[in-house]
Design a protein around this ligand. Structure first.
Ligand code: MG
Length: 237
């Protein structure tokens, strides 16, 4: 009996290692950049701001330079005209080198707000021990599992799978029944795997049952964006 117990223990341990190995391999397999799937909406294709407005509904004050979006500091954040619930979002971004237009060593601040509520931080975080305000963080909620930041001046990508919070009406009141959840792939590596977001982040809009836009943040730095697309998902329970 003792012998079989040991064998069982060894077999279980080996199986556990196998599972870990397989899941690591799956993580690595996601390293290929994602292309827009069928049905995706291309939010920026290098030519115009037709999908975007400022927060007050006015036209974007940012510029298109060489086929890229360039944040013009002080002109305000931009957000999509369309609103979304569950989706897969691809964004490429490039933070500037510290210097003339960065007032601090650690610059390049911007961000991608999901539903205008939850920010996935953009920052020059190259080489640092990542905190919950660094690039790839769910702002002030959770640091990325790994710092995948490239040096400023290089193109980086986010592939974000988002599931909106769920709400129910009960006795005339709306009640949240499930938190929003997010998976973030930064430069091809999973840095948040289906993580619950308990509330809106920082300057985000209050949570609610209604859909919300994607917002790109003006935080005073000349960050660039390109190749932005979104694939809305069916609102499966
Ligand atoms: Mg930010």
């Amino acid at each position: 009996m003792k012998y079989f117990g040991k064998v069982l223990l060894k077999t279980t341990a080996a199986f556990g290692i196998l599972i870990v190995s397989v899941s690591c391999a799956v993580t690595e397999m996601q390293a290929e950049p994602l292309r827009p799937p069928a049905g995706a909406i291309v939010l920026f294709d290098g030519t115009d701001f037709s999908h975007w407005v400022k927060e007050d509904g006015g036209p974007s004050g940012w510029k298109i330079v060489g086929g890229d979006i360039l944040v013009i500091p002080g002109k305000g954040s931009i957000m999509t005209k369309q609103k979304f619930q569950d989706f897969q979002l691809h964004v490429e971004f490039n933070v500037p080198r510290a210097g003339s237009d960065a007032e601090e060593q650690k610059g390049g601040n911007s961000g991608v707000y999901l539903q205008h509520r939850y920010e996935i931080q953009i920052l020059d975080s190259y080489g640092v021990e990542p905190g919950n305000n660094d690039c790839g963080a769910i702002y002030r909620i959770k640091a990325p599992d790994k710092n995948m930041s490239k040096q400023p001046g290089q193109w980086q990508s986010y592939d974000i799978t988002f599931r909106a919070a769920r709400f129910e009406k009960e006795n005339g009141r709306t009640r949240k029944t499930k938190n929003a959840r997010v998976t973030v792939v930064h430069n091809g590596v999973v840095v948040h795997s289906d993580v619950e977001i308990p509330n809106k982040t920082g300057a985000g809009q209050p949570e609610g049952a209604e859909a919300g836009p994607i917002l790109l943040q003006d935080h005073g730095y000349r960050v660039r964006f390109r190749n932005v697309w979104i694939a809305p998902a069916d609102k499966a329970e």
